[in-house]
Design a protein around this ligand. Sequence first.
Ligand code: NAD
Ligand code: AKB
Length: 320
Amino acid sequence: MQRETVLIIGANGQIGTALLPRLRDQFGSSNVIAADLRKPANDSGLFTLLDATQPEALTEVVRRYRITQIYHLAAILSAKGESDPIGSWNLNMQTLLNVLEVSRLHNIRKVFVPSSIAAFGEHAPKYDTPQNAYLDPTTVYGISKVAAENWSMYYHKRYGLDIRSLRYPGVISYESMPGGGTTDYAVAIYHAAVQGQSFDCFLNADTRLPMIYMDDALRATLELMDAPAEQISVRTSYNLAGMSFTPAEQTASIQAHFPDFVTYYKPDFRQAIAESWPKTIDDSVARQDWGWKPAFDLSRMTQEMISNLTAVYQPLVSIP
Ligand code: NAD
Ligand code: AKB
């Protein structure tokens, strides 16, 4: 079997922080190289500084470590992207095109480039949004995801690149804070609850969105990447579902643990973004092709988030 050497670009982000240890378990620590704009504070594994907008720098890393697989996680997310549309487009597209080109020129065996529920817009059905729904996103982030899906398909068809992708819902995790998305509230709410604080939610109480617990998101990623190529029928990006809930339902699930917990609803510009996205996702193609099945529902996720964040905050709270 060929030895694999894996590069994770954007390794310090919300997903990279949690994916890195899983890839180290799978491939061995000396075969996984984390790359980002800044060095992580609490990780002593193999790391290289990399600005993935710079093609020569990316090529140098791929050559130096003899990379065979790339997980490309660097991006500007939906809410942050709206403060600088052209800058966000440039970053999202330049890093993607650099990854595609270096992969083509250096015979990278497998590439993972995530998409998002943000690829959908006003004319996709809001419930059970199908795999092949119309894609007319309202954010620059969503536009960049649709473009990335099409570029991925192009490199697969034209050059035979084995590139795979998931349309992640909002990912919820305790390992690190999310990086500027519309679904960030669904992580921040747990941090407030565990610290005994109330929570100001930037979406309305009844705004239903598709979400997924990090554990499920990572398992989906690794299962997709491990699936035999002939089972992959979608080379744009697979719909992926975990659960769907509203801020009010999430608040109620937290109140089962902290009865006094209160959420105040103060919608801002992110409300319009959330309303343009699906409410529930039909992921039947992923289920059929490579056997996807989520394990976490809202109450199980809430239990895990509270238990893990309590372990994080307890020592801090008890310091006099
Ligand atoms: P994040 O914002 O938390 O992390 C992105 C990382 O990329 C950061 O550490 C950042 O420093 C790094 N980065 C930015 N520009 C870079 C550059 N030029 N060169 C190298 N690194 C750079 O994002 P995330 O939440 O971890 O998301 C990872 C991927 O998954 C993104 O493509 C995102 O669109 C996608 N996704 C995430 C979610 C979610 O809920 N987290 C949902 C859907 C899709
Ligand atoms: C965001 O809210 O921008 C991300 C996503 C769903 O892509 N979490």
